[in-house]
Write a protein that binds this ligand. Structure first.
Ligand code: SAH
Length: 385
């Protein structure tokens, strides 16, 4: 964008302490401006500059006072996360490896489909939950992302896709919090980011098209219902407590009965016949047997939902295997015969390791990681901003 000025200072050490304007909701922006002696309605103009016109330099905000522009320039910043790598898959999927202000790396993935484009955003660097089948979990927890860093992922993806496909219009139609991290363990930043995503002054994405995916943080699910009406997905992965606790240690704290009650209560607050999504990663010989399908059908009898089956995506060092396609279909058929809507998630971005659960945003020793992951020869584009 020609009107964008050089923002090379935006990610410098000094700007890290500055408030990043991208992370402010409309209400927070209005409060900030009021404190600065401005009329709160000015927030509308500033939000549009930030999220619609996507300027990176406050000097471009020509309909606000010089004084305010100067204040923004000196004391605040407008900064998307720094991009370390941008990867393109042969199937159109894109992944960005980004650096957080705390230094750790995280990933964002864009998945184009026929009638929609889904952006899978990260909420944390690493993850504390240690689900046994997840590469991010194996990396451990490194820190939370700020609301600005979460919104920055969306803004960056929209901008980069518009640069490369100017004729297509906006391609990101859906956002899912299925990147790195447990969104409900970074509650305030995630809910602020959701607010900006759904706000017409932000990105105007409908509540049905923003999905929070959780491993089942029960108290936070109740809190979520109080501050948003975004869609909810629950990572279930097992039909009983014994197996789920083995696969997902968080189940020892919040067992199935409590988790299912919480998501049902959440769905009830949404009304309008909206249901939750149940995610179920199928792992060969672990949770993909006919008895597991039958158990799942029984367990979910009172939970209006659609079930999304995710064939396990292998990663180096994992003991698990992906079931054969025929086993995946058989599992799906059993659920359908039991009356459920059950879909199988197609694996996308496999050649760039961008599939569910494969996101490990390590920058350290990246070269050997690429070798290890067989990424040699992929189209790797270093983005210089
Ligand atoms: N913490 C959130 C977001 C996690 S990632 C949650 O638990 O929902 C999004 C989905 O990918 C989750 O359902 C997660 O369990 C699943 N997943 C993780 N690792 C996977 C793997 N290796 N293969 C397939 N799905 C995986």
């Amino acid at each position: 964008m020609s009107e964008m000025s050089d923002n090379s200072t935006a990610n410098t050490g000094s700007s890290r302490e500055k408030i990043n304007l991208l992370g402010l909701s409309h209400a927070a922006m209005a409060t900030l401006l009021e404190r600065l002696g401005e009329k709160p309605y000015r927030a509308v103009q500033v939000m549009k500059w930030l999220h619609h016109r996507m300027v990176d330099d406050p000097a471009c905000m020509t309909d606000i006072s010089k004084k305010l522009r100067q204040h923004f320039s000196e004391n605040m910043c407008i900064a998307e996360p720094e991009v370390i790598e941008e990867k393109h898959s042969v199937d159109g999927t894109r992944a960005w490896l980004m650096r957080s202000t705390s230094g750790g790396a995280f990933e964002t993935v864009f998945i184009p489909e026929e009638n929609r484009g889904t952006l899978c955003v990260s909420s944390q660097v690493g993850c504390a939950l240690d689900c046994q089948f997840c590469a991010t979990g194996k990396q451990g927890f490194e820190g939370n992302l700020s609301a600005a860093e979460i919104i920055g992922q969306l803004r960056l993806a929209i901008r980069r896709l518009a640069e490369d496909f100017p004729e297509k219009g906006r391609q990101v139609t859906n956002v899912v919090f299925m990147g790195m991290g447990e969104p409900l363990l970074n509650f305030d930043e995630v809910t602020t980011a959701i607010n900006v995503m759904m706000d017409d002054l932000g990105y105007g994405i409908s509540k049905r098209k923003v999905t929070v995916s959780t491993a089942g943080m029960v108290p936070a699910i109740y809190r979520l219902a109080e501050c948003t009406d975004a869609s909810l997905a629950l990572s279930l992965h097992a039909p009983d407590d014994e197996l789920r606790s083995r696969l997902m240690p968080v189940n020892r704290k919040y067992p199935l009965s409590e988790v299912l009650k919480a998501v049902n209560d959440y769905a009830a607050t949404l009304g309008e016949k909206r249901t939750i999504t149940i995610e179920y990663t199928l792992i060969d010989g672990v949770n993909d047997q006919p008895s597991h399908a039958a158990g799942l059908a029984r367990l979910l009898a009172n939970t209006p939902c659609k079930i999304n089956l995710i064939p396990f995506n292998p990663f180096p060092g994992s003991e698990f295997r992906r079931p054969a396609n025929i086993a995946v279909r058989a599992f799906q058929d059993r659920l359908i015969r039991a009356g459920y809507s059950a879909t199988v998630r197609t694996t996308r971005g496999e050649d760039i390791s961008a599939s569910c659960g494969q996101l490990v945003g390590k920058v350290k020793d990246r070269t050997s990681r690429q070798k290890k992951y067989g990424l040699d020869g992929e189209q790797l584009i270093a983005v210089s901003r």
